[in-house]
Every structure is written in C-alpha cells, then in structure tokens.
Design a protein around this ligand. Structure first.
Ligand code: SF4
Length: 202
C-alpha cells in the first residue's frame, strides 16, 4: 500500500474553486427530464493497468440518443457528456491545457465504466461559457500525455523524493508557492530589531 504525506495550503483562488465545486456537488444540479438525465458527483474509474484512475465528476449529462449507450438505471440509450467546472477562463478564451488533461482522465474513466465515447466540456464560471475539448480529433495526443504523466507520478512516488520545480507564470497565484519556493533569508524587520543588542520593542 502506498502512503503519501501531502503538504497543502489554501489561498483565495483555492477557496473560490472549493465553493464552486461544493455548489456543483450538493445534489441540486441532478435532475431528469424527457431529453436527458443530469447527475453530479458521480464516482468513476478506469482500472486498466496503464491508467489505474479513480475520480469524481462535477457533472455528467446523459442525453437521449438512439445511437448512444445503455446506462444502468436509465431506460433507453444515451450520449454521455462530461462537464467540469472551473472558476477562471484563460485570457485567450480557449482552455487551460492542465484543465483539459484533468477532464481527459475523466473521459478515460467514463468511457471505461459506461462503454461509451463521451464528449467533454469545461465550464468557466467567470465567463459563463462551455468550451468543448478536442478529444475526438486529438485523442492520441492527450492519451500519450496522460500516460507520460502517470508514469512520471509513479516514478516520483516510488522514489519518495520531491522533484525539482521550475518557477512559472502560474506560480504567482498558487496556494503552495511558499512551500515550493521557500524564501531563504526572508526580510523581517521585527527579527532584525530583536537581534540588535539591547533593543526593546513595545
Ligand atoms: S511549481 Fe509553481 S504552480 Fe507548481 S506547485 Fe509549485 S508554486 Fe505551485
């Protein structure tokens, strides 16, 4: 059994994203009508050795489609649509590649569980827009990427050594940047004054 010790921290961006996901997962988004069934917080997995993934979806839409797939618990056949909620869209109005990789992992699980070829979208709440992810035309690219990342993560966890990090643009808003890049010899005026002989601070 693999045991991980994780460092974690939160900032305003993380809290905002948590609130968004709590809202999506609270059950109020699950409903059925004549055309579709919508379910939130569905646990899905893919236990093929090359993936070995488990996750919880934000939202799955089962849309009636005579060319679709039979879904246990629902009558008829359905197209499966995955929707992952994110608080902030990139400036170019497209999608963050890191968000797409996360949803591709969901697609691998959904397709495995329901024997379908699911569609996948990101919903950016700041612009209230769905962005379709190009997994139909770039499946192999994302499949190669996720296999590469899974292999790298397994190697890292087996070695038990934290890899070197490279500071990038995303680090400025990251909640754990002070853990990733601790400030050596940080300036603190109180420490400096206290270290001066005879200093007294009120
Ligand atoms: S490398 Fe940057 S973005 Fe990644 S965890 Fe560290 S601080 Fe955050």
């Amino acid at each position: 059994m693999l045991t991980l010790n994780l460092d974690w921290n939160e900032n305003a961006f993380v809290v905002k994203a948590n609130l968004l996901h709590e809202n999506v997962h609270d059950g109020s988004h699950s409903f059925s009508d004549k055309r579709k069934a919508v379910r939130s917080a569905v646990t899905i997995y893919n236990d093929l050795p090359e993936y070995d993934l488990l996750g919880v979806t934000d939202c799955v839409e089962f849309i009636k489609d005579e060319n679709g797939t039979e879904i246990p618990g629902l009558k008829g056949k359905y197209k499966v649509v995955l929707v992952e909620y994110k608080p902030k869209a990139p400036k170019d109005g497209n999608f963050h590649e890191t968000d797409a990789i996360q949803v591709f992992a969901q697609k691998l699980c959904a397709d495995h569980v329901w024997g379908c070829n699911s569609e996948a979208y990101l919903f950016y709440s700041d612009i209230k827009k769905r962005v379709k992810l190009p997994f139909d035309i770039e499946y192999d690219k994302y499949d190669d990427l996720i296999k590469k990342y899974i292999t790298e993560m397994r190697t890292i966890t087996e070695r038990g050594v934290i890899p070197k990090r490279k500071r990038g643009q995303k680090c400025s808003g990251c909640s754990i940047k002070d853990m990733c890049f601790p400030k050596d010899g940080g300036y603190n005026v109180k420490d400096i004054v206290m270290s001066m002989k005879g200093a007294d601070i009120v």
